[in-house]
Design a protein around this ligand. Structure first.
Ligand SMILES: N[C@@H](CCC(=O)N[C@@H](CS)C(=O)NCC(=O)O)C(=O)O
Length: 210
């Protein structure tokens, strides 16, 4: 089994933190996004979408999408549970993971890609033809980050962790987004005391540096 990874990117980081929390170590292969290794035919043969992470199983099957890779490991090794244990907690984890992906990650990605000269023709990840950046998506992305941070703070005022009383993949996902937001100079405002309390706690877990 091999994990195609890129140390600086937020999506593979979600998988690395998840594996660290499970106490699992697997072979990792660095795919250098800066030099476009992910767009080369060798990598597209593993993932035609041209994005990391990808988990390649021993039978050759390639699983893309970071949360799907997490799901695979959750099924292989259920302890400690990171994706819920019953109907309610599983649904809560799924819900907050999707908030992180759609309300958080995509907002930061829009703000970042559409404002960074190196991505002027790469407005979307992994595209095999030029995708022009769209300037209007920068402000929209920043506004969405603000809404996402507000929602996290509101939720964490009523709950220790995003999906409930225990740390889960929902927290891992949101942590990766909050750190990704630093790429566009957005940090948690001082007013968001509940989000800051949670952020300090989840960032202090040894897995956060995975
Ligand atoms: N939803 C996907 C997102 C994958 C993704 O966008 N990966 C980025 C790194 S975070 C990538 O490979 N980008 C390639 C590019 O920028 O062309 C997941 O969670 O795995």
């Amino acid at each position: 089994m091999k994990l195609y990874d890129y140390g600086a990117a937020p999506s593979p980081r979600r998988v690395r933190i998840f594996l660290a929390e499970k106490g699992l170590e697997i072979e990792r292969i660095e795919v250098d996004l800066r030099t476009g290794q992910h767009l080369k035919p060798e990598f597209r043969a593993l993932n035609p979408r041209g994005v990391v992470p990808v988990l390649q199983l021993d039978d050759g099957t390639c699983i893309d999408e970071s949360i799907a890779i997490c799901r695979y490991f959750e099924e292989l090794q259920p302890e400690p549970p990171l994706m819920g244990t019953d109907a309610k907690s599983k649904a809560m984890v799924d819900s907050w993971v999707r908030h992180a992906d759609f309300d958080g990650f995509l907002a930061v990605a829009d703000a970042f890609r559409n404002s960074t000269p190196a991505f002027a023709k790469a407005g979307l990840p992994g595209a095999d033809e030029p995708v022009p950046a769209i300037e209007a998506l920068v402000d929209r992305g920043h506004a969405s980050i603000t809404r996402y941070f507000n929602r996290l703070n509101q939720r964490l005022a009523e709950s220790s962790y995003l999906a409930g009383d225990s740390y889960t993949a929902a927290d891992i996902s949101a942590l990766c987004v909050v750190d990704f937001a630093k790429w566009v100079k957005r940090t948690v405002p001082d007013t968001h005391t509940d989000l800051l309390r949670w952020y300090a706690e989840v960032s202090a877990r040894p897995s956060a540096s995975a």
